[in-house]
Design a protein around this ligand. Sequence first.
Ligand code: PEP
Length: 256
Amino acid sequence: MRRRIVAGNWKMNTTHSEAMELVEGLKANLTEDIVGETGVIIAPPALFLNDVVESLVENEFIAVAAQNCHHEESGAFTGEISAPMLASLDLDAVIIGHSERRQYFGETNADCKVKIGQALNNELAAIYCIGETLEERKSGQFMEVILKQCAEGLEGFIAEDMDNIILAYEPVWAIGTGEVASPEQAQDVHAGIRTWLAERFDSETAENVTVLYGGSCKPGNAADLFAKKDIDGGLIGGASLSADDFTAIIAARTNA
Ligand code: PEP
């Protein structure tokens, strides 16, 4: 089911007390009027997930995601975190294939496919990130790159699986750079992804999959992005570390 969603990826930021303060700030800010029909997800550092989930037990607005999971269920993988572990904390979702995971940890589309499977097998929604580098954008071949990420990462999944897979188009050149994609650039890619989804699955699935935009989305540019018909919301990095900025982006989604 296509949903309006604003998700915040905190990355490797915040100490424990800062994380809890940020959650408290969001709890105080988010009212029925601001949230409306928007699904709000936060992805704090793994170490703090349990405390964050506990502090949100009575909160009806905020869902919690992990930033990554391992591709195996369990085993001798020192330092790693599995999808069953995340599910045991009552998490809602997990981000898969963020460009920083691809760039710094060598994750491939094939790895992402297995991780998405892990997420779904453990009743976690998968937020699958795709997007081209600056070089790929400049070469004009960016749509091929994005659709390859879709094809290989979603290989083997069926239309029903797409109910639990959210796509996040995040041009790498826009992440953390302050250089946001224009609403038209983002809309063109989102529309291309939906065309691909219609061919790969069917038109109903293409219409129903939630496709988020990520990359320097801020309170000042969110409304213009969310006004585009194929942009269902945002995956927010830097601006999700401020309760007020993240709230303003959620309000922009609700009011767009
Ligand atoms: C991200 O890392 O997913 C992201 C969108 O970051 P930022 O908003 O800081 O560009």
